[in-house]
Design a protein around this ligand. Structure first.
Ligand SMILES: *[C@@H]1O[C@H](CO)[C@@H](O)[C@H](O)[C@H]1NC(C)=O
Ligand SMILES: *[C@@H]1O[C@H](CO)[C@@H](O)[C@H](O)[C@H]1NC(C)=O
Length: 711
């Protein structure tokens, strides 16, 4: 860590400004790309766009350079362990058997290790400083740097680069809605060209393959062939690089390193099998492309299937034979080959053989698979063959039989689990139906607790369920007192992130919470008595709701808000909006689908809602219940002082408020929860007798009852 810091500081003056080539001058220390990334992210939050660009571009360049150097060094050092001639220093010639030959073998290994180390250190500095955490690795895999770059380029008006960065990021994150919008926006901007939508991380073999496929599907076969040929060439250099990069450190499985105690040959076996497994996975790695969930199937062989459509029979025969190396029994390809051969002449055709590089590739891959299967059988080191073309007999017979029984067992278990799940679902559905039926019947009509409160309408009269309209909660005087409280507190927009007209541009909005009212009372900005009235009235509504809806468990405050909406006089012509859009309180209403989804950001823990009205001297502002479509009004309620509309907070009760077109409409909106965890909390700073400041947190009701709130 310390070493890394030193390097990071020195790095700035040691690094030549451009490191885009493998031919790096010797003895440089490449700046670690995770540090550059961090610097860029920090600069991003300061809005220092040039620093973001400088560091992020350099991070990407350095990461690519490290990759190139590692592959390059491992590939060029491979000849160091070639067992060609006998070693000059050895008396006994190789090959042979015995401890002296072991020395020869390990000498080769050490020379190769030395070669790789020297090569890497010369070009990028000590390899350990380029180790990054998994998190950083993931960010680069997700192409996050391009997200930052996109913003930075845009801010300094480098539109073409912003578009390329945005596109590069989006390709790897196709579900990223914001970036999709950005790209749509860029597309409409003047000065943006189609060519700007680049993939800055495109890999040549995949780019050629995709280009080939594009031309193929638009029937431009000549161009398609050119690209597929280039793709094959690029494939093998990409494969070589991928395999070289596999030759890394041993990766311990979980905490295995704590008890790992394999001997020399066992640990060499373990490590080497891990490397071979990785090398085998290269065929999947190369068949994968950013943003596509699954790799292309049978990727390499498919190239030759495309290529055999070429015009010249010589080439068509070569590609067909190459394809058949993978799938020798494939009927159509065999027919094609027979046809091409007949057209060209059988003798000439027989002289043409499959591509050598592909033959060698298959041979090497099959040898690797054999070793891996051996390790599987003998040491239990799992190997899953990624290729579909492997002949069946490469896998040892015993293993094949074992896998067959395992597959059958797995299929049986999956089926049984599937059946069980279906049964459970049916049971749950039936249960739900029963319980909602019961809820609808039983959960209404409990005692009202106070003599002066009267039921004006029940669920039935309100054309729905879990609804009630009550009158007589508070007196005219109390209504006026609460309205005054609201106007005195008149912190415009409180409770909605300080926006004065959060719901409708034609109305202004003011709100105050119980806690805010109490605090203002303590500061003597509003009468403390009125704040207490606000709390007591809320409590009264809570108690009546709990009782009327016959709840088995207590109802708690989730949130209470005294709100007034005022029509803005000069803005009332031709108005057709609502004062408060139709919504449900504990689910997200998707009116197009007639659905209400109970998940955040909806307040999913809210169970009941109530509104206590304070006045009626305004125009418009009626409360409405609707169907799930948010359009069909099922019931309307005219506000008046002391009236309460109470209802279940779920999908049975979408509701809204009609436009207030004249005057001011005031009400206390109350949300309740059955879950004590979500009761509204009071948190404030307190100072104890020794002068230490600490944070206190209480449930609202407790706070009031315990006399912290004294009048
Ligand atoms: C091994 O390859 C490197 C790089 O291509 C070359 O410089 C070196 O001479 C080769 N060594 C042997 C022993 O062939
Ligand atoms: C309930 O529906 C009926 C019939 O559509 C309607 O006349 C009545 O006004 C509705 N009730 C309320 C409270 O709006």
């Amino acid at each position: 860590m310390l070493w890394r810091l030193v390097v990071a500081i020195l790095g700035v003056c040691l690094i030549p400004s451009c490191l885009s080539d493998v031919q790096l001058s010797s003895n440089v220390i490449l700046e670690p790309y995770d540090l550059l990334f961090d610097t860029a992210v920090e600069a991003y939050y300061k809005g220092d766009w040039m620093t973001v660009i400088l560091n992020m571009e350099r991070a990407l360049r350095n990461k690519a350079a490290i990759r190139r150097v590692k592959a390059h060094c491992r590939i060029t050092c491979a000849n160091q362990s070639a067992f060609g001639e006998p070693l000059s220093s050895m008396v006994v010639p190789v090959p042979g058997a015995g401890s002296v030959e072991d020395l020869g073998f390990f000498q080769k290994i050490m020379k190769r290790a030395d070669c790789v180390n020297t090569c890497e250190s010369e070009k990028i500095g000590p390899p350990t400083i380029h180790k990054v955490t998994e998190d950083v690795d993931l960010e680069f895999k997700k192409r996050t740097p391009y997200n930052y770059l996109q913003v930075a380029y845009f801010k300094i008006n480098k539109l073409d680069k912003a578009v390329a960065a945005a596109n590069t990021f989006f390709l790897a994150n196709p579900d990223h809605m914001e970036m999709k919008q950005n790209l749509d926006y860029y597309r409409m901007m003047a000065g943006v060209q189609q060519e700007d939508f680049k993939d800055l991380e495109a890999r040549p073999h995949m780019a050629e393959f995709l280009a080939g496929k594009r031309y193929y599907s638009s029937d431009s076969f000549g161009l398609a062939i050119d690209h597929f040929e280039a793709a094959v060439e690029e494939y093998f250099s990409a494969d070589q690089e991928c395999r070289a990069l596999c030759e890394g450190a041993y990766v311990y499985d979980g905490y295995n390193y704590m008890e790992y105690s394999a001997d020399l040959f066992q640990s060499m076996t373990d490590h080497y099998m891990q490397i071979l497994n990785c090398k085998q996975r290269c065929s999947v790695e190369l068949a994968s492309t950013a943003g596509k969930d699954k790799p292309f199937e049978d990727f390499l062989p498919s190239h030759f299937n495309y290529l055999q459509i070429c015009e010249k029979y010589e080439q068509a025969i070569e590609w067909a034979k190459t394809y058949l190396l993978f799938h020798p029994e494939e009927e159509v390809m065999n027919q094609n080959l027979a046809y091409y051969s007949a057209m060209l002449g059988e003798d000439k055709a027989a002289a043409i053989s499959a591509r050598l590089v592909v033959k060698q590739h298959i041979q090497q891959s099959l040898l690797e698979k054999e070793l891996l299967y051996f390790a599987y059988e003998v040491f239990g080191i799992t190997f899953v063959d990624p290729d579909s073309w492997t002949p069946a007999d490469v896998m040892p017979l015993k293993l094949r039989e074992k896998q067959k029984t395992e597959r059958e067992t797995a299929a049986r278990i999956t089926e049984e689990i599937g059946n069980l799940m279906k049964e459970i679902e049916t049971l749950v559905e039936e249960k739900n139906k029963e319980s909602t039926d019961i809820a609808k019947i039983v959960r209404e009509g409990g005692p009202l607790l106070f003599d002066d409160i009267k039921i004006t309408m029940t669920s039935k009269q309100l054309n729905g369920s879990q609804r009630v309209l009550l009158d007589g909660f508070i007196s005219e005087g109390e209504c006026r007192e609460l309205t005054r409280l609201s106007n005195a507190a008149a912190l415009k927009g409180d409770g909605y992130q300080g926006r004065p007209s959060p719901h409708s541009p034609y109305e202004s909005f003011q709100g105050v919470t119980v806690l805010k009212a109490i605090k203002l009372g303590q500061e003597e900005t509003v009468p403390l008595k009125s704040a207490r009235l606000f709390f007591d009235m809320s409590e009264k509504v809570r108690g009546v709701m709990e009782s009327y809806f016959r709840l088995d468990s207590p109802l708690y405050f989730s949130y209470s808000h005294l709100v007034c909406r005022s029509a803005i006089d000069e803005k009332q012509d031709d108005r057709d909006d609502l004062s408060h859009l139709v919504h449900a309180d504990n689910c997200l209403l998707v009116s197009e689908l007639n659905e209400c989804i109970k998940e955040p950001p909806a307040y999913t823990n809210r169970d009941y809602s109530a509104i206590l009205y304070l006045n009626d001297d305004f125009e418009g502002g009626d409360f409405i219940f609707t169907e799930l479509d948010s359009k069909t009004v099922t019931a309307e309620v005219r506000p008046q002082c002391g009236r309460v509309v109470g209802f279940g907070a779920g999908n049975e009760n979408p509701h809204g408020v009609r436009a207030v077109t004249k005057g001011q409409r005031c009400a206390v909106a109350l949300w309740f929860t059955l879950d004590p965890k979500h009761e509204e909390k009071v948190t404030y700073l307190s100072v104890n007798s020794s002068g230490i400041v600490y944070i206190m947190s209480f449930f609202l009701s407790f706070y009031v009852v315990m006399g912290y709130f004294v009048i």
